[in-house]
Each structure stands twice: as structure tokens, then as C-alpha cells.
Design a binder for this molecule. Structure first.
Ligand SMILES: Nc1ncnc2c1ncn2[C@@H]1O[C@H](COP(=O)(O)OP(=O)(O)OP(=O)(O)O)[C@@H](O)[C@H]1O
Length: 255
């Protein structure tokens, strides 16, 4: 089985500063107090993902999921250890970050596609599909500056899901939009998984993870605390108890 993602002893640390101003920092140093602290947001994490696997990444707020996703997508590099991926990565990570407010939706579509590694010819071919999915109607030639945040997210997501990727990564927290659009996104992600693309999906929603994933990783204070069966992972997090067990519709559920 081909390995698509290989994370070996990856560690990423951040520095927290206790003082807000230079004056406070100088005073704290003069008094021999600590001015900052370093902690590991991702702490010695190792796992591999094979081609066609669909992995749900779960864990409480601040446990390191987004940081791990950034390491996998290449937005950040680990301080130690290694992260290797095979093929083209696309997905819902900081969608729309490449948008230019002074350009129209149409121009931003091409810009965003280029950032995701699509050639002009490939974007031309996918253009109608992307526009249909975003459903921006007459606003396609309006400057993005006048778009609502939901409209921007629709355009960003529509480009992302139409890239022919080998690995699709998605952070549900970024899936904003109204209910019909979320439903459409969920359907598209189902199709992506069924087509055999390797999926790496950050979610707090047990229902969505059950639907989409065949394996769960659980982060706990930067460490990989669980790696295995979906139901066991959800149980490990106690997300199958009380109100959490309700069948949420998944993508974009409240976090
Ligand atoms: N750029 C940064 N600088 C400093 N600290 C950071 C930075 N990014 C994340 N952190 C910290 O790292 C820890 C892990 O954050 P991360 O966003 O990876 O968590 P998460 O599991 O995705 O949380 P959530 O479920 O709330 O999205 C948190 O304590 C967060 O405050």
C-alpha cells in the first residue's frame, strides 16, 4: 500500500510572551522574571496514512489539530522530526487567503486556482463546474470586496474541491456557509472519499467523522493519544455520551 502521509516524531513549538509591551518585558527581565514560555503544540507525533484512507483528526480545543494540519499541508515546518507527503494536496485550509479584494470573483477564481497549483488550461476546463458549485450568480464579475464572508468561503471551497488532488485536507471550522451550501459540501466530500483520494479531516462532529472516515486520530495536549477505529476514537474522547451522540450533519457543525 502506498504511503501518502508520513509523520515521524514531528514536534512544533510556539513561544508565549507574558508581557505585552517592551517596557513590561524590560522590567520583568530586570526583576529576574520569566518573560516567555515555550510549549509544544505538536509533540513528538508519528503516524502514516496510506493511499485511499480517510482519517478523522479529533481532539479538544487547543490540542494541536490545526497545527498538525499546517505541518501536513506545508504551511509550517516541524522544529524537529519530519513530515512527508506524496502528490498534490488540496483542501479546505485557510480557504480564500489568496483572495484579492480589488479583483472580481472570476479573477479571484483563477488566482486561487493558480495558488492551489492548477494551470490556466485546467482552470478553464473546470471553470463552469466551479462557478456552478459556488452559485454566485450575477456576482461573479463583482469585486470580492463586496462579497459577504459566506460568498468568499463558497468561492474558496468551490475551487478547492475541484482540484484533482492526491490528498484532500479539510478543517471543518473553515466550512462556513449556509445550510444548503454545507449540505452540498458534505456531498462533494463524500464523492472525494469514494473516488479514492486520501482524506485528512479535522472535526469535532462525531456524525461527520462516522460518515466520512475509516480511522480516527485523537490529539491531546499536542500528543497523539489515540490512533485506530472510528467508534473507539469517538468513545476515547467521550463524544459518544449525552448530547454529543446526536447525529449532527457534520461539515461545519458548531465548534
Ligand atoms: N502561531 C501560534 N503562536 C503561538 N501559539 C499558537 C500558534 N498557533 C497555535 N498556537 C497554540 O497552539 C496550541 C494548539 O493550537 P491548535 O490551533 O493547533 O489547536 P486545535 O486543536 O486546532 O484547536 P481548535 O479545536 O480550537 O481549533 C494552542 O494552545 C494555541 O494557542
Amino acid at each position: 500500500m502506498t504511503t501518502m502521509i508520513q509523520v515521524e516524531n514531528a514536534t512544533k513549538s510556539f513561544t508565549l510572551s507574558y508581557q505585552r509591551s517592551l517596557k513590561q518585558t524590560v522590567l520583568a527581565k530586570a526583576r529576574g522574571r520569566k518573560t516567555h514560555d515555550t510549549f509544544n503544540a505538536v509533540d513528538d507525533v508519528s503516524f502514516t496514512v496510506s493511499a485511499g484512507e480517510s482519517v478523522g483528526l479529533m481532539g479538544l480545543n487547543g490540542s494541536g489539530k490545526s497545527t498538525l494540519l499546517k505541518l501536513i499541508s506545508g504551511v509550517m515546518r516541524p522544529d524537529s522530526g519530519s513530515v512527508m507527503t506524496r502528490g498534490r494536496i488540496a483542501g479546505l485550509i485557510a480557504t480564500g487567503t489568496g483572495f484579492d479584494n480589488n479583483l472580481s470573483g472570476r479573477e479571484n477564481l483563477y488566482l486561487n486556482a493558480a495558488i492551489l497549483g492548477m494551470s490556466r488550461a485546467e482552470t478553464d476546463r473546470k471553470f463552469d463546474e466551479i462557478v456552478d458549485f459556488a452559485d454566485l450568480g450575477k456576482f461573479l464579475d463583482t469585486d470580492v470586496a463586496y462579497y459577504s464572508s459566506g460568498m468568499k468561503a463558497r468561492l474558496g471551497f468551490s475551487v478547492a474541491v475541484n482540484v484533482d488532488a492526491d490528498i484532500f485536507i479539510a478543517d471543518e471550522a473553515l466550512a462556513v456557509g449556509d445550510r444548503p451550501f454545507k449540505r452540498k459540501c458534505k456531498k462533494r466530500m463524500d464523492e472525494i472519499v469514494k473516488s479514492g483520494v486520501t482524506m485528512f479531516y479535522v472535526s469535532h462532529a462525531p456524525g461527520a467523522v462516522r460518515n466520512l472516515c475509516d480511522r480516527v486520530l485523537v490529539m491531546e495536549s499536542g500528543r497523539l493519544a489515540f490512533d485506530g477505529d472510528v467508534e473507539e476514537g469517538i468513545h476515547f474522547l467521550h463524544y459518544d455520551e449525552g448530547d454529543d451522540s446526536g447525529e449532527d450533519d457534520g461539515l461545519g457543525a458548531d465548534v
